[in-house]
Structure formats: structure tokens, C-alpha cells
Design a protein around this ligand. Structure first.
Ligand code: SF4
Ligand code: SF4
Ligand code: SF4
Ligand code: FES
Length: 609
């Protein structure tokens, strides 16, 4: 009988501090010691404006827009950086507070290149929202700030326009706290201060993993993704082209937010209907290729286990996943000596493109040159991944254009489509067929869970022993999670795994992954299989998802993906009939020579500068 366990790392603090009593605007509230004024106000639904503060990031108290009056205190206090204390009396809307916040906002706007109507963040900008909230119809400092600082277009995926930067450092902290890349920082001093990369070099000249977390956390139009919308419209308008779109799992759980749906609303069918109405010739699902990825990756893991445990080879384990391109680039820069541990599988986006431009195009009697391969992704790093020279098959790029969820929402709106008015439609066959296992690729732990559902069954001939196939120990939002599964009653080809406890590790956010890989480099990590996702929460928290970014939204999106998986008739990748047909008619078997040629790749070490 197989067993599985997870070390939950739960600790009970027996000496919890006594509650603290404070008064806010004359009403008494109770909270634990260490709570900030902002946290308490948010808990109680008392509005405090913020700019530099973000729940994902460390608190710096830079912008001061959140100031409140603490009775008896000489100066106003930043609510985000001030912890409550017993008997504190707080005023959040006094005249002094209102005037001070308004002056701060006016000063920010006096130093801001304001061109809202043509700004990429128009109607999605926290600074603009605040100007609206404060009823600013006129500015005290009327001289219009011109665009004096050159924009940095050098990144393959985003643009920095420091003329719209309010120096809140959210991008700096996203890059440091979440991703551990440390690509950007404050440069120069005093009124010459700007945010930029080391020595004010173009971002393309330093280490950046293209994850877009800085873009997603920027409250203004100072950072925005490079857009492929016009290229895709041009392709749709060209009658000689066959334009095919694939949509990633995490899109369906987030796209609705851009159309007023609550976070966590699945809009899969309406999205497909909208894409068909917009003129895409075929609407397919990246999840088809996610099932392929699992079939390839599960067999690769078994092969590595055999070569290690039977053949005695070194350096093959733990195997790390390869579907998150931000992490791949991170590893190429910072852990190149561990690249042999990375699965050779291309990501689902790239596997999809490879199958599309070879077998699918041939089976449809269409020249691969006429096919335009578009993908809709939650991720800016996918734009870079699609450009990598190794991501091509028979001389053609697997993927031609990558749209983020935000770009896709913009295109749907440009087409005059309201998602809420669309009927439900189904993905086209055969590359629109997928399983529930593929859906959970969009959430941290999902690739691990999908791989286990297949690998366990290959090894033992039985389903993984969890109720409804829900492998709960690998789920959750902790940055690093461990679980294990003990193999018993292995079938004869896998007899060498009898009694082996497979050790699994799941991590998301490259700052967390960096710690895991450091342990691996130092020889202190014991694991067979590691899932690494670049962004917080996995793809559902990708840098291209609808704004604003919050932890609550990520949890709601995760619940939506698990619900879609639970409702699916087929929940194991190896049960996907379209994938089975592809192996039968074209690829042969997982990890075959042809599968390796089309669906696998290699990565290369990169320098740091
Ligand atoms: S960053 Fe915001 S306030 Fe500034 S121009 Fe863009 S939309 Fe307007
Ligand atoms: S894209 Fe990612 S790695 Fe690059 S600067 Fe932004 S947060 Fe840092
Ligand atoms: S680029 Fe955006 S996130 Fe970074 S400091 Fe400027 S306004 Fe803040
Ligand atoms: S939000 Fe509190 S100081 Fe910026």
C-alpha cells in the first residue's frame, strides 16, 4: 500500500500576545500586537489610500499617501508602517490628513508626465485612480512636465518609462523580495533619483528573467509589457494566413476579471466563443500540450530514476521542471552547473507550437509557412521563451506571437465584444482536447500533481491513492512545500522502485527557488523531483495577468482551476484521447526519437553581465 505524507511545518504559538485596543475615528477596535494601522483599517473596511505599499512586498513607508493622525503625535504617521499600540487614537479623515494626502498627490503629479489618454495604464492606474478619488480637477503646479528621461525599450518583454515613475520602489521590491533577481534599484541621489538597473545600463544588458512581476506590481504606466496585439490583428486580416490560437490554463481563471467578473470566475467557454468571433481560424488549448508535457516528463523522471537507482549514474536527480521560462533563465544565469537536472521537456506552449507546425499542419494539408501560431499566456516571460532560437521545429518558430491575458482582454474589447454577452463554445478538435490534470498546470503544485497521477499509475498499474485523485499534500500557497510518496507493489519493469519513498518538493517565486537550489548545490537537499514556478502562486500569478495583483485573487484563481479539474471527466493526462492518437499516429511513444526531436530541448549557461 502506498503512503504519502507532507510536512506541514505547523507550529502553535502558546504565548500569543494579548490583544490591543485602539480607537479609529471614535470607534474602538481590537487587534493583535504587531498589526499596523493600515492592516487594521483594511480589516475593518476603513479606506486608506496607498501607493508604495503592497501586500506581496515588504513595507517601506516611502510615499506617505497613507498618512493618518495619531492623537498626541507631533507628526502624521504612515499607516502602512506604524504598528498599533494600546490606547492609540487614530483619525483617518481629519482636515489635516486630507490636506496632507492631497498635497502629496499634487507633488507627485507635478513631477509626472501625464498623458493618460494614450498611456498603456489608462483606466488601470493607481495614480490616476487617486487623482480621481481626490477630485483633482486642477493642479497647483501647472507647468506640464515633459518627457525628459529616455525610455528603455531594450527588454524583449517590457518598457520602462521613468517619466511616469513615482519612485515607490514596488518594482524594486518585486524583483528582490519575490524573485531574488535584484535587477533594479534606486540610482543617484536627491531630486536626481531614478529607478533603474545597475550603472543605469539598459535592462537588456543586465540579468533580468523577463518575469514581469515588476510590471504587474507597478502602480503607474512607468512599466508596461511590449504588445503583440497589432501583429496578431494583421495576421487575422491576412487571407493567406491560417491563424491559430492556444490559450493557457491560467487565462480562463483570470480573463473574466477584465470584464467585471469576480476573481475566480471561469470564463473558458465564453473566451473560446469570443476568440472565434474575432476571426481566429482555430481555437485550441495549451492544455492539450500540458498533457503531452506530463506524458513526456513522467517518463523522463522514470528514466532518470532507473539510470540513477539501477545504473548508478550521477547528476540526474532531482529532476526539476522546465515549463516556467522565467526560472529557466534564472537557472541559466545563477545555477548553470545544475542545468543537467532540468527536464529536457519543452514547455506546453512550445510543445503545442511544435506539434501545430508539423503534424497538425500536415494532417490539415496546410503549408506550415502559412500557419501563424499565437499563444495567450499569463506570463511575459513566455514572450521571451517564444523568441529563443532553440524553440523552433524544422526551421520555423514554434510560436510566432505571445499575448498576455491583459493584451487578450484588450483585443476582445477592441473587437467590441463583451465577454458576458458571449455564449459558451468549445475548443476545436483535436488540439483542444485536454484533461483536468492539464488544467491544474496553472497553479503551483499542479505540474507535480499531474505528473504523479500519471507516473504512479505507470509504476503500479493503479490510480494514485487519494480520494478523487486530489493529491492535497502538494497543494497550497506556502513558498516551499515538501511531500513524499512510497512506492509499493511496483510492476515488474519498475521493480527497482519497490519500497522507494519518492521525495517531492514544490516551490514558487524565484527567491524561494533560489534557496532550494542553493541547498541542492551545497548537497543538503534530498529530493527526487522538484516543481519550480517563477511567479507567486504559479502561472495564475503571472506577470501578464489582469491588475491589480493581490494574494486573494491568486487564491480565488487557484480554486477556479481546481474546480475545473474536479468537474472534468478525464483527470489523468494519459487518458487524453487526442494525445493517445498523436502518439499512435505520429510520435510513437513518450520519449521516442521523434518526441525528443520535437518536444525536448537543451538550455545553455549564461553569464551574469
Ligand atoms: S501613469 Fe497613470 S496618471 Fe500617469 S499618464 Fe499613465 S494613466 Fe495617467
Ligand atoms: S522582469 Fe522580473 S527579473 Fe526583470 S526586472 Fe522585472 S521583476 Fe526583475
Ligand atoms: S517603475 Fe513603477 S513600481 Fe517602479 S518605482 Fe517607478 S512607479 Fe514604482
Ligand atoms: S502606502 Fe504607506 S507610505 Fe506609501
Amino acid at each position: 500500500m502506498a503512503e504519502m505524507s507532507a510536512n506541514a511545518n505547523v507550529q502553535i504559538d502558546a504565548s500569543a500576545p494579548a490583544p490591543i485596543h485602539v480607537r479609529i475615528n471614535g470607534v474602538t477596535y481590537t487587534a493583535q500586537e504587531g498589526t499596523t494601522i493600515l492592516e487594521l483599517c483594511r480589516r475593518e473596511g476603513i479606506h486608506i489610500p496607498t501607493l508604495c505599499n503592497h501586500p506581496d512586498l515588504t513595507t517601506k513607508g516611502i510615499c506617505r499617501i497613507c498618512v493618518v493622525e495619531v492623537v498626541g503625535s507631533r507628526t502624521l504617521q504612515a499607516a502602512c508602517a506604524t504598528p498599533i499600540s494600546e490606547g492609540m487614537e487614530i483619525l483617518t479623515t481629519s482636515e489635516k490628513v486630507r490636506k496632507s494626502r492631497r498635497t502629496i498627490l499634487e507633488l507627485l503629479l507635478a513631477n509626472h508626465y501625464t498623458d493618460c489618454t494614450v498611456c498603456p495604464k489608462n483606466l488601470n492606474c493607481e495614480l490616476q485612480d487617486l487623482a480621481n478619488e481626490f477630485g483633482l480637477t486642477d493642479l497647483r503646479w501647472k507647468e506640464r512636465r515633459e518627457r525628459t528621461v529616455p525610455q528603455d525599450f531594450s527588454s524583449p518583454v517590457f518598457v520602462r518609462d521613468n517619466n511616469k515613475c513615482i519612485l515607490c520602489q514596488r518594482c524594486v521590491r518585486a524583483c528582490d523580495d519575490l524573485q531574488g533577481v535584484y535587477a533594479v534599484a534606486n540610482l543617484f541621489k536627491g531630486d536626481r533619483t531614478i529607478v533603474g538597473s545597475a550603472f543605469n545600463r539598459p535592462i537588456a544588458d543586465i540579468v533580468c528573467i523577463n518575469c514581469g512581476q515588476c510590471v504587474a506590481h507597478c502602480p503607474t504606466g512607468a512599466l508596461y509589457e511590449k504588445r503583440s496585439v497589432d501583429d496578431v490583428w494583421r495576421a487575422i486580416d491576412d487571407p493567406e494566413r491560417v491563424v491559430v490560437i492556444q490559450t493557457a490554463p491560467a487565462i480562463r481563471a483570470a480573463l473574466g476579471e477584465a470584464f467585471g467578473y469576480p476573481p475566480g470566475t471561469r470564463v473558458t467557454g465564453r473566451m473560446v466563443a469570443a476568440l472565434k468571433a474575432m476571426g481566429f481560424d482555430h481555437v485550441f488549448d495549451t492544455q492539450f500540450a500540458a498533457d503531452l508535457t506530463i506524458l513526456e516528463e513522467a517518463h523522463e523522471l522514470l528514466d532518470r530514476l532507473k539510470r540513477t537507482l539501477v545504473g548508478g549514474e550521477k547528476g540526474l536527480l532531482p529532476m526539476t521542471t522546465s515549463c516556467s521560462p522565467g526560472w529557466i533563465k534564472y537557472q541559466e544565469h545563477f545555477f548553470p552547473e545544475l542545468l543537467p537536472n532540468v527536464s529536457t521537456c519543452k514547455s506546453p506552449q512550445q510543445m503545442f507550437g511544435a506539434v501545430l507546425k508539423t503534424h497538425w499542419a500536415k494532417s490539415m494539408g496546410i503549408s506550415a509557412q502559412r500557419v501563424v501560431s499565437v499563444s495567450a499566456m499569463p506570463c511575459t516571460a513566455k514572450k521571451f521563451e517564444a523568441m529563443r532560437p532553440e524553440m523552433s521545429s524544422h526551421g520555423l518558430a514554434d510560436v510566432d506571437h505571445v499575448l498576455t491575458t491583459r493584451e487578450l482582454a484588450g483585443m476582445i474589447k477592441q473587437a467590441g465584444i463583451d465577454l458576458k454577452e458571449m455564449p459558451e463554445a468549445s475548443f476545436d478538435d483535436p488540439l483542444g482536447r485536454s484533461t483536468g490534470a492539464a488544467t491544474i498546470f496553472g497553479v503551483t503544485g499542479g505540474v507535480m500533481e499531474a505528473a504523479l497521477r500519471t507516473a504512479y499509475e505507470v509504476i503500479t498499474g493503479r490510480e494514485v491513492p487519494f480520494e478523487h485523485l486530489d493529491i492535497v499534500p502538494v497543494r497550497g500557497m506556502e513558498g516551499v512545500r515538501r511531500a513524499s510518496v512510497r512506492i509499493e507493489q511496483a510492476r515488474s519493469p519498475w521493480a527497482f522502485l519497490e519500497g522507494v519513498e519518492l521525495k517531492l518538493l514544490i516551490t514558487h517565486g524565484t527567491a524561494n527557488a533560489r534557496q532550494v537550489m542553493t541547498s541542492l548545490r551545497e548537497g543538503t537537499l534530498d529530493a527526487h523531483f522538484i516543481e519550480i514556478m517563477t511567479c507567486p502562486g504559479g502561472c495564475l500569478g503571472g506577470g501578464g495577468q489582469p491588475l491589480p495583483v493581490t494574494p486573494e485573487k491568486r487564491i480565488a484563481r487557484a480554486a477556479a482551476l481546481y474546480a475545473e479539474d474536479a468537474a472534468h471527466a478525464q483527470r489523468k493526462s494519459h487518458d487524453n484521447p487526442a494525445a493517445q492518437a498523436l502518439y499512435r499516429d505520429f510520435l510513437g511513444e513518450p520519449n521516442s526519437h521523434l518526441a525528443h526531436e520535437l518536444l525536448h530541448t537543451r538550455y545553455v549557461a549564461r553569464g551574469r553581465y
